[in-house]
Each structure stands twice: as C-alpha cells, then as structure tokens.
Design a protein around this ligand. Structure first.
Ligand SMILES: [Zn+2]
Length: 283
C-alpha cells in the first residue's frame, strides 16, 4: 500500500500537469471504487480548474475553482499517471486505454491523467473545500509528520497513554498521519527501539528521538521517489527506488547493518502485519 512518501511523490509528479489547469472533461468509467463515487462526479469535475494540488496523509487533495475539493486515495494498487504532458516532461504519447482505467482527466493543456486501480481499494470523493477538515475520511487523521504540529512534546503526550507495542502505535493514523508498515520498521530500526516495547513504557528521551528520525526517513524516501514493491509507480510511470535503501523491511535473515552489530534481521507478526527488526541492537 502506498504510504506518505509514495503519495507525495505522485502528487509532485501530477502537479505540473494539473495545478492551475482546467479539467476539460472527466471520464468516470464505473460507479464506484472502494465506495460509490459522489453523485454526478464527472459533471462536477468537467470544466473545473484545479487551483491547488495538496496532500493530507495518504490523500491527494485537488482544490477546484468550483469551491469543492476532490479527495483521492490510491488504495492498495491505485496509480495516477500522466501522459501527453505539453511541458515535455513526459515523453510517451497517450497510451491505449487499459482495463482498470477507472477515471480519466482530460486536461485543457493536453495532458491526460489516468487513475488505474486493478484491486479497487482506492477512493474518490468530493467535498466543499471550506468543510474539508470535517470530512469523515480527513477528520480523524493525526498530525502530518513533516508539519509543525508533530513535535517531541506532542508525541510524548500521544504515546504516554498507549498500552500497545510502539510498532502498532506508530501505525495508528490518529497518532501520526501517513506512516505504514515499511516506514515504521525503518524508523524503529534507526531508533534502535524494539518494536515489541509498549509505547507508554518508552522514556521521553527515546520517544523524542523518534521525531527527527521519522522526518529523515520520510524525506529520504520522498527524495528517492518512494518505494516500489508491487503496484506503485510514480506519476510518470517510473519506479521509486527507496526499497534499495531498506535496512530492516523485507530483509529477514540478512546481517544487521548497524555498525558493530552481529545480529540478523528477524521477522515477526504484529497486529497481522510483518515486522522486521534486529533483536540484538533494537532494545
Ligand atoms: Zn543489529
């Protein structure tokens, strides 16, 4: 599933073709993805100008000059790719339509933005921009890890009541937005924290140390274009390459890369998800 760095990479790839440009026509090829599309979605998008393309957690938010915002979630396998960009950044012509091209945006600048989602766990909805923070998908989300509201004192307070393993607590979108299995494994590895430790039992100092590490891991992953494991692609169809920089995730049995550590990466299951960590140096 795309996590924050992958969604941010897609947003950055789409922005030159969408931000400030009019959607001449939107093709909506089915009634739903994970949930039904909003009423008259094609009509409400067609002719609208995209005034801004933002991200909140794993949602891409396209603000429209109609006063509405299109909320987009890539789900498990969703891709948004651009073809025919008049700016010349994308060299391929419009590809032939594919089976799972569920929504297609024909931009006035000649670009075509295609939302393809084979497994259909993705989602789109329209909400009034002024009421966006109250939308049921957006409202429960915790602070952005790269924003100012996410800081040492916030995280210490947020974790002080959590009786769950730290791994599980960091996956909780109420605690911090956009972190998923891959990046939580990498963060805890760098922090030297055992993923099984109860969140509330960690010292304030150790919790505080997580804040810059979370920011660093996410920033590095965004710079690498995200991590491509299964379906994820950047907006130009390219793979991300942060997966080559994994130190813990998906490295079961490999030697630990911490200097001086002779341990090997182990895999355990927590809350139904695989956790990768070094039992020797993550304490
Ligand atoms: Zn180790």
């Amino acid at each position: 599933m795309p996590e924050l760095p992958e969604v941010e990479t897609v947003r950055r790839g789409l922005a030159p073709s969408m931000e400030g440009h009019v959607i001449t026509r939107a093709d909506v090829n089915r009634p739903d993805l994970r949930w039904p599309f909003p009423d008259s979605m094609a009509a409400r998008l067609s002719g609208a100008k995209v005034t801004g393309l933002r991200r909140r957690s794993k949602y891409i938010l396209a603000d429209l000059d109609t006063g509405e915002t299109l909320i987009i979630h890539l789900g498990m396998s969703g891709r948004m790719t651009v073809s025919g960009d008049p700016l010349g950044q994308f060299h391929h012509d419009h590809p032939a339509p594919e089976k799972h091209d569920h929504v297609v945006f024909h931009m006035a600048n000649g670009a075509r933005v295609t939302f393809n989602d084979a497994r259909r766990f993705g989602a789109m909805d329209l909400a009034e921009t002024a009421q966006l923070e109250e939308h049921w998908l957006i409202k429960p989300i915790g602070p952005e890890p790269l924003g100012n509201d996410f800081n040492e004192s916030y995280l210490i307070a947020a974790l002080s009541t959590r009786n769950t393993p730290i791994k599980t607590a960091l996956l909780d979108q109420h605690v911090v937005a956009g972190l998923g299995n891959i990046y939580v494994c990498e963060v805890l590895f760098r922090a030297g924290i055992n993923p099984k430790r109860k969140a509330r039992d960690l010292s304030d100092k150790r919790v505080a140390s997580l804040v810059p590490i979370i920011r660093d891991v996410l920033a590095e992953a965004i710079n690498a274009g995200g991590s491509s494991l299964k379906d994820y692609r950047q907006a130009d169809g390219e793979l991300g390459y942060f997966q080559h920089g994994f130190q813990a995730y998906d490295r079961e049995g490999h030697p630990c890369q911490t200097y001086g550590c002779t341990g090997k990466i182990s895999r355990i299951t927590q809350s139904g998800r695989s956790t990768f960590y070094c039992p020797k140096c993550q304490r």
